[in-house]
Write a protein that binds this ligand. Structure first.
Ligand code: HEM
Ligand SMILES: CC(C)=CCC/C(C)=C/CC/C(C)=C/COP(=O)(O)OP(=O)(O)O
Length: 303
């Protein structure tokens, strides 16, 4: 079958393609940060309802990922990293992805509302809408600041997890929101440096494409400093204890060293960008570590 035939007559999609639409690897961290928000919230949610709340965060994030891929099928087709996704690869038609994404959005928000409370459902709906409309449709094709503002969508899960238990927000989940918010630029721009040709080919104005590498490296360092302040804020505000404080200090210190290495590097060949790959990989581990520490810290205080 030629490519042309493949894209005009999609092959029947199987369940694996629907799973791929939900961006499952990114979802792991979304679910983990949501779970941490839920675990440190004061109050009690039965294990079944707690599981349902986390499931709703996962399904909501998956729905957002599907709608992102529905909207971006043409752009994804022009990038090596994303060309194999179900829509650009011709394994699924856009209508199916749209129906799946819209259906899953409603299902996750309504289930969250009925199982926990409507405030948590509201924040879940806001994060889906933010990711699809503000990030994917509005900012991503228009400005290099797309991920700075649009990245907020991915910072909501700890607030949603907390709200599922309390029906409210408080200083700690807001601090965790800020931490993910300022973590997103170094997380993404480290990767954008070594896949910038992909973004250039797809015509997406990511920072390394429009402002160049030097500016991107400086911006990574700038946001790392703000992220470090956000990571230490819960300690200074006495929202967390020693376990979190020590973990945050060490883990953020390592992040800062890697970010400094990226900022000092003059490497221009993406294949040789080892410091950038290291920072990107570590950024994911960092968020797991720091959110894990928030929970352990909470348990230690309870003990
Ligand atoms: C607008 C903000 C963000 C952008 C543009 C972005 C972009 C990316 C990209 C392009 C990848 C490459 C790998 C892939 O396609 O699977 C990636 C990986 C990843 N992102 Fe992000 N990201 C953002 C925010 C977040 C947030 C908020 C989280 C979770 C809290 C997150 C979690 C992850 C994880 C866990 C991976 C690794 C997946 C793997 O194992 O390959 N990202 N990100
Ligand atoms: C709770 C909830 C509804 C959260 C949804 C938001 C969410 C999954 C945020 C993570 C951000 C993310 C995957 C960005 C990928 O950017 P991109 O879409 O530009 O990446 P791509 O180039 O791989 O498509």
């Amino acid at each position: 079958m030629t490519n042309e035939t493949a894209s005009s007559v999609p092959m029947p999609a199987d369940w694996r393609d629907f799973v791929a639409l939900t961006k499952p690897r990114v979802m792991t961290l979304v679910v983990f940060t949501g779970l941490c928000g839920l675990l440190v919230a004061p109050g009690h949610l039965s294990p079944i309802l707690a599981f349902t709340a986390i499931l709703c965060i996962a399904l909501g994030a998956g729905a957002a990922g599907a709608l992102n891929q529905w909207y971006e099928a043409d752009r994804d087709a022009r990038m090596k990293r994303t060309a194999g996704r179900p829509l650009p690869a011709g394994r699924m038609d856009r209508q199916s992805a749209l129906h799946f994404g819209v259906g899953l959005s409603f299902f996750s928000v309504l289930l969250m509302g009925f199982a926990t409370n409507w405030f948590a459902a509201f924040i879940l709906a806001v994060s889906i809408l933010f990711y699809v409309f503000v990030y994917t449709i509005w900012l991503k094709p228009r400005t290099a600041q797309n991920i700075v503002i649009g990245g907020a969508a991915g910072a909501f899960p700890p607030l949603i997890g907390w709200a599922a238990v309390t029906g409210d927000v408080a200083a700690l989940p807001v601090a965790l929101f800020m931490l993910i918010f300022f973590w997103t630029p170094p997380h993404f721009w480290a990767l954008a440096l070594f896949v910038r040709m992909d973004y250039a080919n797809a015509g997406i104005p990511m920072l390394p494409v429009v402002a160049g590498e030097r500016t991107t490296r400086r911006q990574i360092l700038f946001y790392t400093v703000i992220m470090a302040a956000a990571a230490l804020a819960p300690v200074l505000l006495r929202l967390t204890g020693l376990v979190y404080g020590l973990t945050a200090l060490i883990a953020t210190g390592i992040f800062a060293v890697l970010a400094v290495q990226v900022s000092l590097s003059h490497e221009t060949d993406p294949a040789q960008m080892r410091a950038e790959r290291r920072l990107f990989k570590y950024s994911v581990l960092y968020l797991f570590l720091i959110f894990g520490a928030v929970v352990v810290d909470h348990w230690v205080k309870l003990a």
